[in-house]
Write a protein that binds this ligand. Sequence first.
Ligand code: BMA
Length: 321
Amino acid sequence: MDQLFRRSANNPIIRAEDLPYPANTVFNPGAARLATETILLLRVEDMRGISHLQVARSSDGESGWSFDDEPLLRPNEHHPEEIWGCEDPRLTWLPEREEWVIAYTAFSRRGPLVSLAFTRDFREVRRLGPTMPPEDKDAALFPRRFGKRWAMIHRPSPLRGGAHMWISFSPDMRHWGDHELMLEARDGAWWDAGKIGLGPPPLETSEGWLVMYHGAHQTASGPIYRAGLALLDLEDPRRVIRRSADWVLGPCMPYELAGDVSKVVFPGGWVHDEATGLLSLYYGAADTSVALATAAFSDVMAVIMAAPLRSRRHWEDGDRT
Ligand code: BMA
């Protein structure tokens, strides 16, 4: 089902050479649509190997990118948990607070962990700090509360049994609990066996929360990162009600097949334009550049709605596959 998304003819839309300063790679962006511009929050890996988060702006979301003078988030001495970098941001607009929450991976001496920060304009940022201890990454918040609590999807890496997607709840975004396994990596030969993680933040639709996630399939020549879809219950997002069998985006273009880490597509942001019905998906290609692919939102929904509905029983029985 690789044809669902159509790749931009301008791909890769941003490369390290496009930045106004030397960098090794630019990849795994978060995305946001503001009034007149699309923002990408780019992960830029510098020539030491340490990543920071840099804002890029474009009016059409595809070309003419400009870069802010200073990175929005970069490691500093007040945040030892970020000593080895800020990576892989996901951006969620919170209508209740009228600001964006940035969930990103802070790379600490003891491994990657989940940190949060807030911004209104992507010029000023306020850090909340670490919310999940290592190893944990691939986190994003839902845009609204469930009852009184915020919800966050994230991906801890336990010592045994693969890496799966969890969901946790918080009254204030600082204290998180009621951790629950939400979606498990499949097993064996599957494209999403062993290790999965959330892509862009969950998108609210009339049918449920649309989720895209990546799966890292191990092969003799390293992992292949591809992306698939799932749908969560609107009022109880712990419940996965549908899951695609096939991946919907996988590496096949030269810029996805070869780079610092080859055979990787790693989606981190999407923008749904309700006027045109287009879903723009922004992803890292081979840990080296930023790429864009678009699909009709209705086609994406048709794919996930064609996946079988899971009964409440399935979920209550503890089956998270
Ligand atoms: C994951 C993350 C991503 C990276 C991907 C492929 O574990 O670390 O930042 O893009 O691996 O290398």
